[in-house]
Design a protein around this ligand. Structure first.
Ligand SMILES: [Zn+2]
Length: 60
């Protein structure tokens, strides 16, 4: 597997990521409760991930 020869400098990393600043993160819709969630993250409002309860969320 190819491996980078040099560690990416802080400057290079920051310059590359500066292009991500002006776009909001893409959000998915939870299959259980329909709220917006980040991808590859358990739903913060119902605690489901991939159709399975993974977190216990206190409901008021
Ligand atoms: Zn949910």
């Amino acid at each position: 597997m190819a491996v980078p020869k040099r560690r990416t400098s802080k400057m290079k990393k920051r310059l590359r990521r500066s292009g991500q600043r002006w776009r909001a993160a893409k959000l998915n819709v939870c299959s259980e409760c329909g709220s917006a969630t980040k991808s590859h993250t358990a739903c913060p409002s119902c605690g489901y991930y991939k159709g399975r309860q993974v977190l216990t969320v206190d409901e008021f």
